[in-house]
Design a protein around this ligand. Structure first.
Ligand SMILES: *Cc1c(COP(=O)(O)O)cnc(C)c1O
Length: 484
């Protein structure tokens, strides 16, 4: 076997040179500074970034693992939670913890209610939670990690969860209901008040995933827009996840999960008394918790103030409206659901216009585009920074549509073919196997990065899909023959 090509250098290298090298590696990355990304990065400009870096740096080495060692960090955490609780209209009973991100917040909510059910309804062997089909994938992960079955409730035509369907899915194993405010894929808020009524009637907890909306919707409401109620004013809501590292404009690694009171949150905590290393108590998933992220979140909220967040929300709403109106003016497109606050998706309503081919054309023009499935759509998360790029986006979209219109074969090549294949093949097991292989390739000793624009890979996938289909058919025929 080949010797690993990358090793720790024998002698340390020059630090200035290393920093130069680091800068160089980013040249092919998604370009958020030119407003080209519509997910992943919440960027307000270099000056604000420098402020966050300074705040982060001032508690760079501190560790939130032991809240007694660094009282500073405990103060940041407590105050971030209090500010979040009041923003979400909670009273002084509301408690919570900071986490490393939305995923950790969602994982913890599921773990908390699983453990609460274990304590209060110990006869439940196979706990289930009912989640909208549009729920963030963090809940699928939680289901997988914590052994709570995710039962999916369908969406209505408006892309909000169908509460009647939720009601029908409740059974004696149900331990939790979940809704989103808003859901990431379509950007619409589930009917939280109706879910709350149901939760109260069935004596079930209700978690609202407001990871993306938690630091946006309260300000949109204050601007006078009609925002469906989703926070602690809704009596059945028992907990909420809200990310400070999204529209809270903190540094990455900062989210919150808040509970109506300690009776819920106590089930989140972990205590182990027999470890040789000492008595161990931990409020959240992580051991070491970076103090910098806590300090930067606290700094961000204080620097923004309600006024700063309102101004951001105003810009986001104006830009979102502009984009949505622009997109709806295309006869080929339809924005999914409504109303939207900061996130939306649109699909093609024209049979011979592939949205994925349009996405490819947008990427050719430098945009970083997120493609969704069921239905096939393009997605956008809008920040104030996008305000000056909205016109460019719309004019590039127009150009892209024209190119695809005059070259319909584009739907059968490149990324469009690949994504089309992945979203349409009914053999989901095979897709899963292929994606897993792709991950293993990327994480092997010599990483192999996939080429999502390769028609060859798509053809390869198609061939495999075809072969699997033939095999499956043969198996079925054999089975039928057995029973003849
Ligand atoms: C972003 C998001 C999450 C996950 O948050 P991460 O910080 O990416 O782990 C969960 N739920 C919703 C609705 C989100 O938008």
């Amino acid at each position: 076997m080949d010797k690993y090509s990358v090793q720790i250098p024998e002698k340390g290298r020059d630090k200035t040179q290393i920093l130069e090298d680091l800068k160089g590696f980013g040249t092919e990355d998604a370009n958020y500074k030119d407003g080209k990304t519509w997910s992943l990065v919440y960027y307000l400009g270099d000056e604000y970034n420098q402020f966050l870096k300074d705040a982060y740096g001032s508690y760079f080495s501190e560790n939130g693992l032991n809240p007694m060692a660094f009282k500073s960090l405990k103060k940041f955490e407590s105050e971030v939670i209090r500010m979040t609780a009041s923003l979400l209209n909670g009273d002084d009973n509301v408690v919570g913890t900071m986490t490393s991100g939305g995923t950790e917040s969602c994982l913890l909510a599921v773990k908390t209610y699983r453990d609460m059910a274990r304590a209060k309804r110990p006869w439940i062997r196979n706990p289930e939670m009912i989640v909208p089909e549009s729920i963030h994938v963090a809940f699928e992960k939680a289901a997988h990690y914590f052994g709570v079955k995710a039962v999916h409730a369908p969406l209505g035509k408006d892309f909000r969860v169908d509460v009647k369907a939720v009601k029908k899915l409740i059974n004696r194993n149900t331990i939790l209901l979940v809704g989103s405010a808003p859901a990431y894929p379509h950007g619409v808020v589930d009917p939280i008040e109706e879910l709350s009524n149901l939760a109260i009637k069935k004596k079930l907890p209700l978690h609202v995933d407001s990871c993306v909306g938690g630091f946006m919707l309260p300000f949109v409401e204050r601007l006078g827009y009609p925002v469906p109620r989703f926070d602690f004013r809704v009596p059945g809501v028992t907990s909420i996840s809200a990310d400070v590292h999204k529209y809270g404009f903190a540094a990455k690694g900062a989210s919150t999960v808040v509970y109506r009171n300690m009776d819920y949150m106590k089930h989140q905590m972990f205590v182990f008394t027999n470890w040789p290393g000492g008595i161990f108590a931990s409020p959240a998933l992580l051991g070491t918790r970076p103090g910098g992220a806590m300090a930067a979140a606290w700094a961000a909220m204080n620097a923004m103030g309600m006024e700063g967040y309102m101004n951001n929300a105003r810009e986001v709403m104006d830009t979102t409206k502009k984009l949505i109106n622009g997109i709806n003016n295309f006869p080929e497109f339809e924005v999914l659901g409504e109303p939207h606050m900061c996130v939306f998706a649109f699909k093609s309503v024209s049979k011979d216009l592939s949205i994925y081919a349009v996405a490819d054309q947008m990427e050719e023009r430098g945009w970083h585009i997120d493609r969704q499935q069921r239905p096939e759509s393009m997605h956008a998360m809008v920040t104030p920074y996008h305000t000056e790029f909205a016109d460019q986006y719309l004019s590039d979209l127009k150009e892209s549509v024209e190119v695809v219109r005059s070259n319909p074969e584009l739907a059968e090549s490149g990324g469009a073919a690949m994504y089309g294949m992945i979203s349409n093949i009914p053999l989901r097991g095979m897709i899963k196997k292929n994606v897993l292989q792709m991950m293993m390739d990327m994480y092997s000793a010599v990483p192999k990065m996939p080429d999502m624009n390769s028609s060859e890979d798509a053809d390869d996938l198609a061939t495999k899909a075809g072969m699997m289909f033939i095999k499956a058919k043969k198996k079925l025929i054999d089975k039928i023959d057995q029973y003849r």
